[in-house]
Design a protein around this ligand. Structure first.
Ligand SMILES: C[S@@+](CC[C@H](N)C(=O)[O-])C[C@H]1O[C@@H](n2cnc3c(N)ncnc32)[C@H](O)[C@@H]1O
Length: 282
């Protein structure tokens, strides 16, 4: 039997993701680890908060997301961690609504110099902790546009966690591409047996800012590319809702497990029981 990711992992390499993220797989992690074999590289085509990379013992990764601000944040954090922590601590002194709304007047469409990059990353992190449901949305003019979520407890920096995050980000290659271009580039790779591909696409019709652009055609294209990778011998792990799972099953993929999770389904914070389907290319 293939060796799986350890459940009591090497603590120097494992931590919680730094960012809250709509669709984060933090709570699904124990289930994902059950189906994740040991390989040298993890490849996340829809990285988001990268809960699997940070929560597993993988030491190297390819992380891709179409969200430019997210990838800029990860890149900045691995380059200038001390300065970003310092600036984040300054911002964190004020977590009231007025300070939050004032901070949204900053514009980070263009990051002209190092200082601007640091300021952007500290704000991105601060907004992530105070924005409603951790939704991260910037309007076309580059202004952060998510409403405030009241918070009573102060914002803290967990240095041990940040050290692991930075170390793992420095060991990762970051990409800001549409999944089609990103995944297709691996079709020519002759070391597919050294990679675990983790595919965690958006769901159609969620309130995530990225989900309104996700369509049936995207799912169709995703199934096609993943099946090509599978036919070339790659190992892929997929998580998704029933619509995603049905499309993969129709193309001959196997469901490993259906996991039930409570989640907040609307701005009124009502809870809903959601099914998460785990599939693999085994
Ligand atoms: C369900 S979330 C991934 C969550 C992630 N696994 C985690 O643990 O946080 C889906 C991600 O796909 C990204 N995304 C949406 N459309 C995409 C596309 N066409 N290509 C690449 N990434 C895309 C979104 O920005 C979002 O971060």
């Amino acid at each position: 039997m293939t060796k799986k990711q350890s459940k009591q992992p090497d603590s120097d390499w494992v931590c919680k993701p730094l960012l809250g993220w709509v669709g984060s797989k933090r709570r699904l992690l124990p289930v994902l680890l059950k189906y994740t074999p040991h390989r040298k590289y993890l490849c996340e085509a829809f990285a988001g908060s990268a809960a699997l990379y940070f929560g597993s013992t993988f030491k190297r990764a390819f992380l891709n997301d179409v969200d430019l601000y997210l990838i800029r944040f990860y890149d900045a954090l691995r380059k200038y961690p001390e300065q970003i922590i310092e600036r984040f601590k300054q911002l964190s002194d004020k977590i009231d609504k007025d300070s939050y709304l004032k901070s949204r007047e900053n514009n980070f469409l263009h990051l002209e110099n190092k200082q601007k990059i640091i300021d952007f990353a500290a704000h991105f992190w601060y907004w992530n902790k105070l924005a409603f449901s951790s939704v991260m949305h910037f309007n076309k003019k580059g202004f952060f546009s998510v409403p405030y979520r009241p918070r009573k407890t102060p914002l803290k920096v967990n240095i041990e966690q940040i050290n692991i995050i930075v170390k793992k980000l420095r060991n990762a290659k970051l990409y800001n591409k549409d999944f089609r271009e990103f995944l297709s580039s691996f079709l020519k790779c002759n070391a597919l047996d050294r990679i675990v591909f983790y595919i965690d696409p958006p769901y159609i019709k969620t309130h995530a800012s990225y989900a309104d652009k996700w369509t049936n055609k995207d799912i169709e294209d995703l199934v096609k590319i993943c099946t090509e990778l599978k036919n070339k011998g790659a190992f892929l792990l997929i998580s998704g809702n029933k619509i995603t799972a049905d499309a993969f099953v129709e193309a001959g993929w196997k469901i490993e497990e259906i996991f039930k999770l409570w989640h907040c389904c609307n701005p009124a914070r009502n809870m809903n029981l959601k099914e998460e389907f785990i599939l693999s290319s085994r």
